[in-house]
Design a protein around this ligand. Structure first.
Ligand code: SF4
Length: 314
């Protein structure tokens, strides 16, 4: 088995910045709060939690008076994909000091929404209805915004003229193009801003090229991360033997065949250490249980290690 990490795989600048802001805030050993997940990567969040990060749900902030004593003076990190302004205001009321780790690209979209709402425009966002970034943008429309999640919705929903169309940064660019084509035909006064993240578009190209040269691809990253799912789907289009995993525990040895070239890549919120961990795991396990010198009863190669569903942990 030859295992290679895609040379261009790395976390995006927005996630790198959010992680480094979290590490800075946690350096003094005090508890730092985040409302929801700072980034969509459970294992990286677990690492930060060990340093003192505590996740709270925004519903908790409804009890502002009760919590004032507990939270007063503590820092809270606004996640990379942004937060609703109303939630940030509520956190302030509870005595928390916001540290804004919102990615610059998302901040730009938020600014565009606020500016256009002030100028009397309506907003149409292409993205997932429950995604934190979409909720944050929608919150800034003061009720003058809507979300489109599929080409069918673009054809069927009612929209008003003088609308600004923009995208959740990690939405599939093909979905955005399709919605844009449909709405351009339906609305004569439609302003379009392609706010899909360029980093993700470049990563789609890189992953396509890299996946074509591998027998099997492992895309490492959060299962509920939109960008990670998108990059996994991108890899799968050119390499059907592609799998989305969060870490070594998700690996199923029946996926592998002898002599496979295995490629590893990750999403925009996957730090390098998680890809290296998977590489080391595969290499160690294959050396430890590999066919070196071991023969089965018929004299063939002893390959039980490839077939095990759940590998033993070391
Ligand atoms: S994926 Fe793009 S928009 Fe999202 S945090 Fe990273 S750089 Fe920012």
């Amino acid at each position: 088995m030859i295992v290679t990490i895609e040379p261009k795989a790395r976390p995006c600048p927005g996630v790198e910045r959010a992680i480094s802001m979290a590490e800075d805030a946690l350096r003094h050993g005090e508890t730092v709060y985040s409302i929801g997940e700072l980034i969509h990567n459970t294992r990286e969040i677990e690492r930060l939690e060990k340093l003192g990060l505590v996740q709270i749900q925004n519903q908790v902030l409804d009890q502002a008076e009760k919590l004032r004593k507990k939270y007063a003076g503590s820092d809270f990190l606004v996640r990379a994909h942004g937060e609703r302004q109303s939630v940030i205001d509520q956190a302030r009321e509870c005595g928390l000091n916001p540290i804004n780790a919102t990615c610059q690209i998302v901040r730009h979209s938020q600014d565009m929404v606020e500016q256009h709402i002030r100028d009397g425009w309506r907003i149409i966002i292409v993205g997932k209805k429950e995604h934190p970034e979409v909720l944050g943008l929608l919150d800034r429309t003061n009720g003058n915004g809507s979300v489109v999640s599929s080409p069918d919705e673009a054809s069927e929903q009612e929209f008003e003229e003088r609308s600004l169309l923009l995208a959740q940064s990690t939405v599939d660019p093909e979905l955005f193009s399709s919605v844009r084509r449909t709405l351009s035909k339906r609305l004569s006064d439609l302003k379009i801003m392609d706010t899909t993240c360029r980093f993700i578009r470049t990563r789609q190209k890189d992953i396509t090229e890299f996946s074509q040269g591998q027998d099997l691809m492992l895309i490492v990253g959060g299962k509920h991360s939109s960008n990670c799912r998108l990059l996994y789907e991108t890899a799968r289009k050119v390499n059907p033997r592609s799998y989305h995993i969060e870490g070594p525990k998700d690996i199923d040895w029946s996926w592998f065949q002898e002599g496979d070239c295995v490629g590893i890549s990750g999403g925009a919120s996957t730090p390098r250490w998680q890809m290296e961990e998977v590489k080391n795991y595969l290499e160690n396990r294959s050396q430890e249980k590999g066919p070196k010198g071991l023969k089965n009863r018929k004299g063939g190669i002893f390959t039980w290690w490839m077939k095990r569903k759940t590998p033993k942990t070391k």
